[in-house]
Ligand binder design. Structure first.
Ligand SMILES: [Zn+2]
Length: 255
């Protein structure tokens, strides 16, 4: 009934992907059994182009810290994905391209690497930022610079961290700014909403897409700089997600 990637079977997701390929949106390549590898494909010209997924060049950039653009890798389309994550990621690229004019997406990990968890099994995306232009105006946002490192007086500290004692009492900091950069604020709101309806939000099973969480509230499985969970020194809290948004299909551990 509700055709959102987190709620359908792998074979249903594969059928959707084959439909995308038939429409000329993406190109699939041979992969390991049960997984999907995307080939770089320019849907406008109908020719191969390294790293292009639904009109967006996908590039690795571990930190997403502006000023270190020389570290951005060449475009590579993700490989060995769970079909549901592949479907969600294609939809993400298509949506970013059509709604925001995005032509580059930066990430800190998408391809499956064989490890026995959501990332290793190709079910997760670490989103770092985007670049493009809309009606001649540049769009260039990274999670680190335009969200996690943002100091909001009275809310976050000078280096963008939540103050000691905040606990789980977080909120979407960009809405609290006195003079918010409404462009970035709106971008991450829309991006989060996409994640909360296509990837796991409140739990790891079936979830209706009609009641997504708000940034900083309730969500367990979408990790970001304003997540309620504080876990300094570990990989599991908002501190470890100051520079990227983590999204997953299914549970965090093996599935
Ligand atoms: Zn992650």
């Amino acid at each position: 009934m509700v055709l959102t990637p987190r709620n359908i079977s792998k074979s249903e997701a594969l059928d959707v992907l084959k439909g995308f390929e038939n429409e000329g949106l993406i190109l699939l390549e041979a992969s390991v059994p049960g997984r999907v590898s995307l080939d770089g494909w320019n849907p406008i010209t109908g020719t191969k182009q390294a790293g292009n997924v639904a009109g967006v060049i996908v590039r690795f950039w571990g930190t997403g810290q502006k000023g270190t653009e020389s570290q951005i890798k060449s475009g590579v389309a993700p490989d060995r994905l769970d079909p549901r994550n592949a479907m969600a990621f294609v939809l993400m690229c298509q949506t970013l391209n059509t709604a925001w004019g995005i032509t580059e997406l930066y990430h800190a990990g998408i391809s499956g690497n064989g490890n026995n968890n959501c990332h290793g099994q190709g079910r997760a995306v670490d989103f770092v930022g985007v670049r493009g232009d809309i009606k001649g105006a540049e769009v260039y946002f990274t999670v680190f610079d335009d969200w996690g490192n943002v100091h909001v007086p009275g809310v976050t500290t000078s280096n963008g961290d939540w103050p000691p004692g905040t606990g789980s009492n977080t909120s979407y900091r960009l809405l609290a700014q006195e003079a918010p950069d409404s462009f970035a604020t709106q971008f991450f709101l829309e991006f989060y909403n996409f994640a909360a309806t296509n990837y796991q939000d409140r739990n790891t099973g079936f979830e209706l897409p009609d009641d997504p969480t708000e940034i900083g509230k309730q969500s367990r499985f979408i990790m970001h700089p304003d997540h309620p969970t504080s876990a300094p020194g570990t990989a599991n809290g908002r501190e470890a997600h100051k520079g990227h948004v983590h999204m997953q299909i299914g549970p965090t551990g093996p599935a």
